[in-house]
Design a protein around this ligand. Structure first.
Ligand code: IPE
Ligand code: IPE
Ligand code: MG
Length: 265
């Protein structure tokens, strides 16, 4: 496990390629509706977009890719859609894990697995165990995940291990219990589908993440779209509370801009 830096306790290193990209994959339903297809057809295409995103991120040197696949609020959807999504998850695990492993991708799932059927949980645990030693990219799927759930479960487990901390605790006591404790905080957050909200995704970890919103619907999000997001990221000045003048000379990321977004694929 790496020892992730807290962006509020120290200034993290900034790289031209975001080390950790976190994505709210939104717009599957609208993609389908535009084509007079059932919503679930959009989810199927969305799963294909996941495959492309994993490849494109690995090729660009992204080390951690975290994808929001199912929120703790998505149980509110029609039961048919929920069971389709669960089934899609099972099928994706059965079909894709071997390929992830061959490509040196480490696979993790974060979220409350307690509500998933035992077969799905078993497939998840097997995939995690198989790929645990892989180093090229860590792919995390957030499933039945909620930022509030994550913080509460972290406090709960921390106090179970260290009851004395009820008297007071700090970041360093708490963050090792967050579900993403193995990853640095996200550098770049992407939300497709046009909405500009966090929808209870990584509430703690997004403290200093650069936010990028695009109208592109998730099934249409390809390598060129990823490059546009990375170019936008590279134009940001990550100050972490400091002034521009305090930044080391050349700290801006713009100098490293991708020359021809899309061609890199
Ligand atoms: C995101 O697409 C996928 C999940 C939440 C599982 P949506 O299904 O939310 O698509 P829209 O927002 O209805 O277009
Ligand atoms: C957020 O998308 C959750 C996932 C992408 C898994 P939603 O489409 O469910 O978000 P809201 O409900 O519109 O905010
Ligand atoms: Mg949506």
């Amino acid at each position: 496990m790496t020892n992730p830096v807290s962006s509020t306790l120290e200034v993290p290193e900034t790289r031209r390629i975001p080390r950790h990209v976190a994505v709210i994959m939104d717009g599957n339903g609208r993609w389908a509706r535009q084509r007079f297809l059932p919503r679930v057809a959009g989810h199927r295409r969305g799963a294909e977009a996941v495959r492309n995103a994993v490849r494109a991120c690995a090729e660009r040197g992204v080390e951690y890719l975290t994808l929001f696949a199912f929120s703790s609020e998505n149980w509110r959807r029609p039961p048919d859609e929920v069971s389709f999504l669960m089934q899609l998850f099972v099928v994706a695990l059965e079909q894709e894990v071997e390929k992830l492993h061959e490509n040196d991708v480490s696979f993790r799932v974060v979220g409350d697995l307690g509500r998933f059927e035992p077969k799905l949980v078993r497939l998840i645990r097997e995939a995690e165990a198989l790929t645990a030693g892989n180093r090229r990219l860590t792919l995390t799927i957030a499933a039945n995940y909620g930022g509030r759930w994550d913080m509460l479960q972290a406090v709960h487990r921390m106090l179970r291990d260290h009851p004395e901390l009820a008297a007071g605790f700090g970041e360093g006591d708490f963050t090792p219990y967050l579900a993403l404790n193995y990853a640095p905080e996200p550098d770049l957050f992407i939300r497709t589908g046009g909405e500009q909200r966090i929808s209870n995704f990584l509430l703690w970890q997004l403290a200093y993440t650069e936010l990028y919103f695009t109208d592109t619907l998730w099934p249409d999000f390809d390598a060129a779209a990823l490059d546009r997001a990375i170019v936008s990221y590279q134009q940001r000045e990550r100050r972490f509370g400091r002034t521009s003048e305090q930044l080391p000379a050349g700290a801006g990321l713009a100098a490293y801009r991708i020359e021809n977004p899309g061609d890199a694929a």
